[in-house]
Design a protein around this ligand. Sequence first.
Ligand SMILES: Cc1cc2nc3c(=O)[nH]c(=O)nc-3n(C[C@H](O)[C@H](O)[C@H](O)COP(=O)(O)OP(=O)(O)OC[C@H]3O[C@@H](n4cnc5c(N)ncnc54)[C@H](O)[C@@H]3O)c2cc1C
Length: 442
Amino acid sequence: MTNREVELLAVGAGPSNLGLAVALEELAPDLADNALIIDRNPTIEWQSGLLLPWAKSQVSFLKDLVTLRNPRSRFSFLNFLKSTDRLDAFINLGNQSPYRLEISAYLNWVADSLTRVKLELGQDCVAIAPSRSSSGALTGWVASMADGSTITSRYLVIATGRDPNIPPALAGLPSDRVIHSTRYRPAIAGLQKQLPYRLALIGSSQSAAEVFRALRSDLPDSDVAWLMRSIGPTADPSSKFTNELYYPSYVDEFFDTPADGRVLIRQELYKTNYSCMTPAMLQSLYTDFYRDRLDRRHDRRLITLTEVTAAREEDGEVVLELTDRRTGSITELRRDMVFLGTGFNWQPPKLIQGLADAIGLKKIDVTRGYRLVVDEPAEAACYLQGINEATHGIGDSLLSVLAHRAKDITFDVLAHRAAGRSDNGASPAGHSADILNQIAGR
Ligand SMILES: Cc1cc2nc3c(=O)[nH]c(=O)nc-3n(C[C@H](O)[C@H](O)[C@H](O)COP(=O)(O)OP(=O)(O)OC[C@H]3O[C@@H](n4cnc5c(N)ncnc54)[C@H](O)[C@@H]3O)c2cc1C
């Protein structure tokens, strides 16, 4: 099997690493020339499992891969619209939030527009191990692909998203019975539209709401019991004031806040991003419920204040044990299949956990510059994108900060490379403005 070497390997070709590719091409062309992005999927799609025709981005088109960092970039969403002859139509629609499909097409266009960074699709990275010199020093990373080939690099940037959250009560069920929202579209493609399935849907997030809405047209004759622990679906309580805490400029302040303060801020902001839905989605769901009642349809229903406490497969069906949180009483619900809108695991993805284990890290922590803190001198560096909400704030998993984060990582790599770095990366950001201005030619 082949082994290749690049200077920088970026695992995952979602918005984070495509934003990084843009930053590399604009700020560090020589590094870009020796950088490779890989993705396990055969095509570039944004959140492909829920790439529904009516779903929209929840943020402004200006929060694309680059505009907040460099509004003059040729990689902007506006330039994408211009290049694909859709600028007039987009403006005329008068909407700040593009359809998810448009963002997905934009990501494809950016990938096709890269001239230095290479991109390979269909490369599933299954493990990452350290590479060491004869003296034992950490000199790089060896990423193993599912086909047995390996890619070695001095710099590694992991942006693979989070692992789906499967509630423990359902973890023992076969995967064809439990469909997380990240697998919604492929799972639906394998079902028969006209059949009256008995379905459960668990969760109260935007994703759960989207699955519930999509099931109306994808499996119109099915019986859907939508289960949630909370008292009922609620709208995102954000305001223009709290939205300021999603600004890239807020990352510094959050990073410098004491640990207890960060926890408090995250608790205060939790509902602005999790276990809630957009006001527009809430209105549309309620309208659907209203119409169902008019039509005397009672087989698409909400079951609130209920926890799924156990599950088993029996006689070709899933048996869910439901605990009523008001009374503690337990009932059973028999279903053909369970859909999950339960979000993502808070633990680092298995790929990153495996890497941390391989270098003996007890704790996965990053500097302000997103560099993994390793417990030893290192000539190599690894960066983590999208999983640093605890240290870098509520916007970390979103589009909001990624244009700036790509610059932070690019500059940190350049500074590390220029310094022939051999510390353990424990100091925040770890680069002086002077070095970076020199590197960036300013
Ligand atoms: C349904 C949904 C809607 C969202 N809508 C918004 C929104 O409107 N606005 C917003 O700001 N945020 C939104 N988000 C948050 C979302 O996390 C970010 O918008 C953005 O997608 C994060 O980009 P990313 O590149 O870090 O991760 P991802 O977009 O998750 O991309 C990760 C990439 O890594 C690849 N990958 C994973 N594992 C491997 C592996 N082992 N080997 C190779 N490749 C791998 C995946 O195939 C994928 O292409 C949404 C999330 C979801 C789930």
